[in-house]
Design a protein around this ligand. Structure first.
Ligand code: GDP
Ligand code: GDP
Length: 460
C-alpha cells in the first residue's frame, strides 16, 4: 500500500489536467466547462520513482444545500478523508477567490497533510496569484503548470518525504500481508492469492441502463457516484476502493459504456473503450444484465471478452424487483445462458435488485467464490488420479490407429487456472476431447465460472 493523494480545488483550476499527467492514462475527462468531471476518480500515479494512488475530486464548492454542488462538496470531503495527503490547487492566473479561502479553512481542519499548489503558473501572468497563495496560511505554494509539466520536481520533493513516512509506518503496522488466509476461504493446496492487503479487483460491466451506477451506489450505501437526471454527468472507467461486507475491493465502474444522448461526442469517444479496460484491470467481472432485456449482443460480447481475457465471471441479472413470474423467468435465463455463453458454463447467475438492494449479499458471496475458484490450485497428485479415471472412463481417440497417450498433468498457473497435459501427438488431439477434460475439471474440482486453460504438450 502506498500513499494516497487527493487533488482538490474548485472547478477549472486544472485538477484533471494534473491527474492525467500523473496517471499517464486518460482516466479523467478534462473540459473547459466547469464541473464536467464531477466524481471521485482514482488512478495509479507516478512521479519519478514515486508510486502512489491519486484521487481526482469534484470541485470544492461553497454550497451547503443538497444541490448537486452540495453533494460535490461532500464527495470532496470524503476524498480528503480517504487521502493521506491533499494537493490543494488554486488557479494562479485568477488569484485566490473567496471559495478558495473557505476551503483552505476546511482543509486546515480536516486534512493531515496539505500541499498547496498554485497552478497555471507558467509565465509571469501568474506571479501575483502565487504571492496571494502564501496568504492562505498553508505554507509555501508550489508553482505548478499541470498543462506544461512545470513544477513537477517541486511536487516530487514535497511528496517524497511523506511517501517515505507512510511506507515506513505501514511496514511497521503490517509486517505480514497474508495473515488472514485461513479465514479468507477454504482452498486446497497452496495459498490463494487473497491477502489482507490487496483489494479484490472487480469490474461491473453491462449495457447502458442496466443499472451499474445504481448497483455501485447501493453497494457504497452513499452517493459517491452521482446518478440522476442532471444532464452531462458522465464518467469513464474509474475505480473506487471500498469495503463491501468487510471485503476490501476495488470496483471499476464502467459507465463509460453508456450512451447518453446529452453527453458530448468528445466525452463519449474518450469513454468507449473503458469497459474493455476495466475488464483487463479486473480479477472478477460482474456482467450486469437487465432482466427485461437480457443477453443482448453487447452483453454477450463483453462476457465473451471477459472469458477470453481469463477473468472470473459472475452474471448478475438486475431489476429483479419488477419481474413477476420469477421462477419461470429464472429457468428461461439459465437456458439462454447455457445456450448463448457455453464458454462460461457454470458461472454463477445471481438475481439482484440494485434499487432495493435485494440479492446483493448473494452477489457478494458469488464474487468472493468466483475469485477463490479463479485462484484455486489443485495438487498434482489429485490431478493425476483424476486424469487416470477420466482416461478409463473415456479413452482418448486413436487417429490413424495410434492412440494418443496422456501421460501426466499438472497445474501450471492460477488466475485463471491453467493446466498442462503431457501427451503424445498433441497436434492430433481433437478439440472435443480437450473439452471433455476441461468440463471434467470444472465439475470434479468444483470450478464453476472460471476460464480454464488446458495446454497439451508433446514430450519430444
Ligand atoms: P478541473 O475542473 O479543476 O479539474 O480543471 P481541468 O483540469 O478540467 O482544467 C480546466 C482548464 O484549465 C482546462 O481548459 C485546462 O486546459 C486548463 N489548464 C489546466 N492546467 C493548466 C495550466 O497549467 N496552465 C494553463 N494555462 N491552463 C491549464
Ligand atoms: P447504468 O447506465 O448501467 O449506470 O444504469 P443506471 O444505474 O443509471 O440505471 C438505469 C435506470 O434503471 C435508472 O432509471 C435506474 O433507476 C433503473 N434501475 C437500476 N436498477 C434497478 C433495479 O434494480 N430495479 C428497477 N426497477 N430499476 C432499476
Amino acid at each position: 500500500m502506498s500513499l494516497t493523494l487527493a487533488i482538490v480545488g474548485r472547478p477549472n483550476v486544472g485538477k484533471s489536467t494534473l491527474f492525467n499527467r500523473l496517471v499517464g492514462k486518460r482516466l479523467a475527462l478534462v473540459d473547459d466547462q466547469p464541473g464536467v468531471t464531477r466524481d471521485l476518480r482514482e488512478g495509479e500515479g507516478r512521479l519519478g520513482d514515486l508510486r502512489f494512488t491519486v484521487i481526482d475530486t469534484a470541485g470544492l464548492e461553497d454550497a451547503t444545500d443538497d444541490s448537486l454542488q452540495g453533494r460535490m462538496r461532500r464527495l470532496t470531503e470524503r476524498a480528503v478523508d480517504m487521502a493521506d495527503v491533499c494537493l490543494f490547487m488554486i488557479d494562479a492566473r485568477t488569484g485566490v477567490t473567496p471559495t478558495d479561502e473557505l476551503f483552505a479553512e476546511i482543509l486546515r481542519k480536516r486534512s493531515k497533510h496539505v500541499i498547496l499548489a498554485a497552478n497555471k503558473a507558467e509565465g509571469a501572468a501568474a506571479d501575483a496569484g502565487v504571492l496571494e497563495a502564501y496568504g492562505l496560511g498553508l505554507g509555501e505554494p508550489i508553482r505548478l503548470s499541470g498543462e506544461h509539466g512545470e513544477g513537477m520536481t517541486d511536487l516530487y520533493a514535497a511528496l517524497m518525504p511523506l511517501a517515505d513516512a507512510i511506507e515506513e509506518k505501514q511496514a511497521e503496522d503490517a509486517p505480514e500481508t497474508d495473515i488472514d488466509l485461513d479465514e479468507a476461504g477454504e482452498t486446497e493446496g497452496e495459498a490463494p492469492a487473497i491477502t489482507a492487503a490487496k483489494p479484490l479487483q472487480v469490474a461491473v460491466v453491462g449495457r447502458p441502463n442496466a443499472g451499474k451506477s445504481t448497483l455501485i451506489n447501493k453497494i457504497l450505501g452513499e452517493d459517491r457516484l452521482l446518478t440522476g437526471p442532471e444532464a452531462g454527468i458522465t464518467r469513464d472507467a474509474i475505480s473506487l476502493r471500498i469495503d463491501w461486507n468487510g471485503t476490501p475491493m476495488r470496483i471499476f465502474d464502467t459507465a463509460g459504456m453508456r450512451k447518453k444522448a446529452k453527453v458530448q461526442e468528445k466525452l463519449e469517444k474518450l469513454s468507449v473503450s473503458d469497459g474493455l479496460r476495466a475488464v483487463k484491470f479486473a480479477e472478477v467481472v460482474v456482467v450486469l444484465l437487465d432482466a427485461a432485456i437480457p443477453f443482448e449482443q453487447q452483453d454477450l460480447r463483453i462476457a465473451d471478452l471477459a472469458e477470453r481475457e481469463g477473468r472470473a465471471v459472475v452474471i448478475a441479472v438486475n431489476k429483479w424487483d419488477v419481474e413477476e413470474a420469477k421462477q419461470e423467468k429464472l429457468r428461461d435465463l439459465k437456458a439462454q445462458f447455457e445456450r448463448l455463453l457455453p464458454q462460461l458454463r457454470g458461472a454463477p447467475l445471481v438475481t439482484v435488485s440494485a434499487k432495493t438492494g435485494r440479492g446483493l449479499d448473494r452477489l457478494h458471496e458469488a464474487i468472493l467464490r468466483a475469485h477463490e475458484v479463479w485462484n484455486r490450485r489443485i495438487p498434482t497428485a489429485a490431478l493425476n488420479r483424476w486424469l487416470t479415471a477420466m482416461l478409463e472412463q473415456h479413452p482418448p481417440p486413436a487417429p490413424q490407429g495410434r492412440r494418443i497417450k496422456l501421460r501426466y498433468m499438472t497445474q501450471a498457473k492460477t488466475r485463471p487456472p491453467g493446466f498442462v497435459v503431457m501427451c503424445s501427438h498433441p497436434d492430433k488431439m481433437p478439440a472435443s476431447y480437450s473439452r471433455y477434460l476441461v468440463n471434467g475439471l470444472r465439475d470434479d474440482f468444483d470450478m464453476p465460472g472460471t476460464p480454464i486453460r488446458l495446454t497439451l504438450r508433446g514430450q519430444g
